[in-house]
Design a binder for this molecule. Structure first.
Ligand code: F6P
Length: 522
């Protein structure tokens, strides 16, 4: 069952939201020491503090009823069982299966499925590449889900690099990206990984073609020895000459694919064993999502908070502030994960959702963000929740940095919550402001392969929970297709210089691109 604004639960939540707006003062509420205990929970590798969120236990209880009404638990079980949960494309969503450990049965391994087989091939190839003395550099080409996950993980797991070639990521169609990656590399010592589930993404195809041209420019290299294709369309890659290919199962969505063969550059950088630790951390979060009662279940809380803030408190987005340099691409990763999954206005059955769904997800690493947009968060006329993500300990051996960083993260959450009162001689209205701005705090013990895996799985599941409550299919992305179709048409028009049928603005801009000056297009 999907949500329905006429139900008693929905109306009760609207009333609760109005009451929280009117009466809930976070600074006062947090004089009660029990609030932290009641509204925080320990999930695998992540302490989740929701006590500075603009909700209370009555709101949580009502949201849990909404989750029950929407069938979150049975739909989660269907997801884990490999049932068709992506209704518009008639597919399962198998990312959880990639993390499920293989269990030996009667002395033999259970029969591997498509997911495990692909993963095993990937880990074996990663090990081979790591020990292949020919390659000093690996360039991973992929965009969206085929690029953001590897990029984030490569940065986050940098302390775990051990031996192996240097790994670079190229995503952008803008030639500067590829050009800059290649400028110091030697073709004979370079291996390219081309990751594209569909094998039709224009950006990736363009970068691949240019990479091939760069590699073959000297004339004496056999390009297939320097390329690995990672795709669901291995057949098409092979037809075009690729001899080294890895498989992405159809049921692995792009933005959920970093656990699959798409993670090859990560496994090359950190080695198969560290990659398995990543999977293990994600599997721990999968088990928590599957087994913890909904009222103490971290992805359920976060998914319900997403619904609460968007649909009941009408907040237009969420700021993600990772206080860890290794997580500096987390906001971009979550942008795709959340906005491509739940940035939708219709439910799976094609009917309007009827309320606000996922808003803008954006952010910058702390403490940089404090010197840019945090002023807006503290005193701007619009109000959105902030999500702080920090690790208790760091790998860099500079304790003064770590202590100051943690103090800053905690202070920002505190300042948002309590606001300020002007003292004597201070500027009224400027140096006093009400605060009561909500935030969530996620605290890891340390950023490790396991905690990174758990953190990302936590977000995947929160997206699933919110999508389920809204009745959205979180696994398709039809809106993106329109841009791809129009870009193809405009690319053709660049050759033909045909402006007929275009709107005046697009025609004017295209004409400028073609001729370098404005001409009349009428
Ligand atoms: O951005 C749209 C999208 O289709 C994403 O869903 C996907 O992750 C990305 O493009 C890349 O797609 P592919 O892996 O097929 O190249």
């Amino acid at each position: 069952m999907t949500l329905n604004a006429d139900t008693t639960i929905w109306q009760g939540l609207q009333a609760r939201a109005a009451a929280c707006e009117r009466e809930l003062n976070l600074a006062h509420a947090l004089h009660d020491a029990g609030r932290f205990e009641r509204l925080s929970l320990q999930a695998p590798h992540v302490l989740l503090d929701c006590s500075k969120c603009l909700w209370d236990e009555a709101a949580l209880a009502a949201l849990l009823q909404l989750a029950e009404q929407a069938g979150v638990a049975p739909r989660r079980d269907a997801l884990y069982d490999g049932a068709v949960v992506n209704e518009t494309e008639q597919r399962p969503a198998l990312h959880v299966r990639l993390r499920a450990p293989l269990v030996p049965q009667g002395g033999a391994w259970v029969v591997e499925d498509e997911c495990h087989a692909g993963l095993r091939d990937m880990l074996a190839l990663a090990q081979q590449i790591r020990t292949d003395a020919r390659f000093t550099d690996v360039v991973h080409i992929g965009i969206g889900g085929s690029g953001l996950g590897p990029e984030l993980m490569l940065q986050a797991l940098q302390p775990w690099y051990a031996g192996g070639p240097r790994v670079h990521v190229v995503s952008n169609l803008d030639g500067h990206d590829l050009h800059q990656a290649l400028q110091c590399l030697v073709p004979a010592r370079t291996l390219f990984i081309v990751a594209s589930k569909s094998w039709s993404t224009a950006e990736t195809q363009r970068n691949m073609a240019s990479a091939k041209a760069w590699l073959c420019a000297g004339g004496d290299l056999h390009w297939p020895n320097h390329f690995v294709a990672v795709s669901s369309r291995e057949d098409v890659a092979r037809q075009s000459g690729f001899t080294q290919t890895l498989h992405i199962p159809e049921g692995i969505g792009g933005r959920f694919s970093v656990w699959s063969a798409v993670g090859l550059p990560v496994a090359v950088a950190v080695g198969p064993q560290v990659f398995e630790r990543l999977l293990q951390g994600a599997a721990e979060m999968d088990a928590h999502f599957a087994q913890a009662p909904l009222e103490h279940n971290a992805p359920v809380w976060l998914g319900l908070l997403d619904v609460w803030y968007a649909s009941f408190l009408q907040m237009p987005g969420r700021c993600v502030a990772p206080y860890h340099h290794g997580l500096r691409r987390l906001p971009a990763y979550l942008q795709q994960l959340e906005m491509e999954s739940n940035g939708k206005q219709v439910r799976a059955d094609g009917k309007p959702v009827g309320c606000l769904t996922t808003g803008m997800v954006w952010g910058e690493p702390g403490s940089n963000g404090q010197h840019a947009f945090f002023q807006w968060l503290h005193q701007g006329t619009q109000r959105i929740p902030v999500e702080f993500i920090a690790a208790r300990t760091a790998e860099h051996g500079l304790p003064e940095h770590q202590e100051a960083l943690l103090a800053n993260a905690l202070a920002q959450a505190q300042a948002l919550m309590q606001g300020a009162r002007a003292g004597e001689g201070q500027l009224l209205g400027h140096q006093d402001f009400p605060g009561n701005r909500p935030s969530t705090f996620m605290l890891l013990d340390a950023l490790t392969p396991e905690s990174l895996g758990a953190l990302l799985a936590l977000h995947e599941h929160r997206v699933f929970v919110a999508g389920t409550v809204w009745g959205i299919n979180s696994f398709d992305q039809w809106g993106v297709e329109l841009g791809k179709t129009l870009a193809k048409d405009l690319r053709d028009r660049m050759d033909s210089a045909e402006l007929e049928g275009l709107d005046a603005s697009t025609a004017g801009l295209l004409s400028f691109c073609l001729q370098g000056s404005l001409v009349s297009v009428s």
